[in-house]
Ligand binder design. Structure first.
Ligand code: ADP
Ligand code: MG
Length: 262
């Protein structure tokens, strides 16, 4: 009798722990506002945004230019802080941390990919990918090993010693993705990652992101104004004038891409 009750109790405990885990949001913005001040001018870039993103989600953020998408990404990425409201990342309130504390969290938890690639110009692909590991105080051999492995994972084996300027746009964005992932972040933030790429390279980059997401259990938040790109995501959040005006589950029509389903 005792044993039975004990077993039942422990099973209940396990279930509730799993349920709590499933519910815990990786990203949790609560009523977040962001006001920029330019001299006397105030720009309200975000006006009370609440958004929860669970671990493993692939979310596309859409909306007109100036609607607050990049501001929101910068907050999620701990590049900036909310003027009002709360931001919890993996349960930790990061809305009021010092710049150094935010930098430490960025380095461990978050990878960024931008429209303009942001690689160092007269620097090789390998060195660009190694750089975050230099900041993370990883030893040189380990830096090289991990950077080489990621460059291979993004399809750039053999290009490790090319300078950024010797690579095509699509290749540069692959280097940027490898650099974003070399610290094994939980969260990948991509702001218009295909904005400077032709259609073919865009499709390649999106397929790469899908594959990496599966292989590395990533959570991806991606800003785009292109419906074809948002179509890869499983959830689409739309901004207008600093508000979220829609947040819907989405069935990607591109799930047939190579490697997407196993
Ligand atoms: P989106 O990425 O959707 O185009 P942003 O988040 O970049 O929009 O911008 C939202 C609003 O905030 C715009 O009106 C923009 O001009 C303003 N803004 C963005 N960044 C800054 C900044 N650093 N200083 C002042 N205003 C800014
Ligand atoms: Mg933007």
């Amino acid at each position: 009798m005792l044993l039975r009750r004990g077993r039942r109790a422990s099973r209940a405990a396990v279930v509730s722990r799993e349920a709590r885990f499933a519910m815990a949001a990786l990203v949790e913005l609560q009523n977040v506002s962001k006001t920029y001040r330019l001299g006397d001018l105030e720009v309200q870039a975000l006006r009370g945004v609440s958004l929860e993103i669970a671990a493993g989600e692939f979310v596309a953020i859409m909306g007109a230019s100036g609607s607050g998408k990049s501001t929101c990404m910068n907050l999620i990425g701990c590049l900036d802080q909310p003027s009002r409201g709360t931001y919890r990342l993996a349960g930790l309130d990061v809305s009021r941390l010092s710049p150094d504390q935010r930098a430490a969290i960025r380095n461990r938890k978050i990878g960024f990919v931008f429209q303009s690639f942001n690689l160092l110009a007269r620097t090789t692909a390998l060195e660009n990918v190694q750089l975050p590991l230099v900041y993370a105080n990883v030893g040189f051999d380990e830096q090289q090993r991990r950077a080489m492995a990621l460059l291979a994972a993004v399809g750039l084996r053999g290009r490790e010693h090319h300078l950024s300027s010797q690579l095509s746009g699509g290749q540069q964005q692959r280097v940027a993705i490898a650099r974003a992932l070399v610290n094994r972040p939980a969260l990948l933030l991509a702001d218009e990652p295909t904005g400077n790429l032709d259609t073919e390279s865009s499709v390649e980059i999106m397929e790469l992101l899908l594959r990496l997401r599966r292989e590395q259990a990533l959570t991806i938040v991606l800003v785009t104004h292109e419906p074809d790109i948002a179509d890869y995501a499983e959830r689409i959040v739309t901004f207008r004038d600093g508000h979220i005006v829609s947040d819907v589950a989405h069935q990607p029509t591109r799930t047939r891409v190579e490697g997407m389903r196993r």
